[in-house]
Design a protein around this ligand. Sequence first.
Ligand code: NAD
Length: 487
Amino acid sequence: MIRDFDILLGAVPDGLFVAGEWRRSSDNGTLTVTNPATGATLKTIASATAEDAAAALDAACAAADSWAATPARQRGELLRRTFDLLQDRADEFALLMSLEMGKPLAEARGEVTYGGEFLRWFSEEAPRVQGRYGTTPEGSGRMIVTQHPVGPCYLITPWNFPLAMATRKIAPALAAGCTVVVKPSELTPLTTLLFARLLQEAGLPDGVVNVIPTLDAAAVSEPIIADPRLRKLSFTGSTPVGKRLLAQAANGVLRTSMELGGNAPFIVFDDADLDQAVDGAMAAKFRNIGQACTAANRFIVHRSVVDEFTARVVDRVRDFRTGAGTEDGVTIGPLIDDRAVAKATHLVQDAVNRGAKTWIGGTELDRPGSFFAATVLSDVAPGSEILGEEIFGPVLAIVAFDDEEEAVRIANDTEFGLVSYVFTQDLARGQRMIEQLQTGMMGLNAGVVSNAAAPFGGWKSSGIGREGGPEGIAEYLQTKYTLTPDP
Ligand code: NAD
């Protein structure tokens, strides 16, 4: 394990990655990345302007035809080499994510595994893109259906999973034959820059991937999205920003993928295996310090087991160790910034004002960095803000229910529909939940659902499109149908 932070940070490029070169920004602008556990500066890097973004799109367009014409096997092999290199550098990437985002090292290593799997999965999917050939129903002609890369793509990623959110987009795009411009979050751009270096080492042709961190996401993104050469926008982030980007994309009738916010219900029925439910709750709530779109937001627990469930989760939370993610044994790191702490504070306060009971935690921590105590609330009243929006922090909010119908009604009472968790040992009930919950994904007696081979994505305001699985590459392909007469 590399423990010398300076050596690691020194290895991270500080330029924009455009056309295979590392460049300064056109106005020499910079942005500073800080460590949320301490507030200390980690590194200052170039901050792209709209001019730099245009250069990045120029590069992606210049490389588009030859990359699309590169045999699929070769495209897949580039991804596979990158996967192999990432395994060798797993510790570096884990430590870098822990430094810039705050997550505990063990979780950061888990993200390297998860993020890496997209490289391996799509390296295998690249040669499997297929068309079809058939006879028209009348028998008078032949239909040939072929798949083609959509063209240059703009990929915007969030800060909460700096590696996986990038590989989940870059890998299927490259596998499909698309070139890309990537704009990572200004809060965690270092991982994406180091990853671009890894792609370069693996033999990435110039211009196929371009990376433009920037302090001014809106000013840099709008002209790219308006450029008629761009063919696809893929965004992971908050629902309000996603809606704004969808409006911008409408003008060019761009293909879009939107991975947006969630408000996951976590339902514990009276017939649940409580050991399994508590384990699931810990993973679904506290992974990534609660800062996951898939984080369980509302614990909906049958009244007959709510006291026992609450007591058991409080016991587990009592054992957490809070600190910088880079310290050994830490299970709860800092939140991404002070705004996130202020939001958690407000949501807890609002719930308490409406009658919720605080079992543990409930406040920010009096120490440097952006820390909020792991918290358990019960008796959260209907209408509390915490039930209506993403908490994005380590706060477990419990409401009790009396019957199955009520549980389903509460679970579906949200504009979001990303993921739902259900704990029950009754198979028929599990099947009813599959049919009745308005959700793109479901953990049935499981607290984590993400897998590179599975279609990740949401219903309702949680988004459009899927990442991962065979569906993930389809997002970067367009269909052409050709009719030819009976031979
Ligand atoms: P965010 O919407 O603030 O930012 C996401 C990205 O968009 C960042 O790169 C940011 O710089 C950029 N951005 C912000 N404003 C922009 C604008 N006007 N034009 C262009 N780009 C702009 O979200 P965040 O705080 O980074 O991430 C947290 C959110 O992401 C949560 O809502 C979470 O649920 C969601 N998320 C969803 C998934 C999913 O797969 N559904 C995965 C991870 C995170």
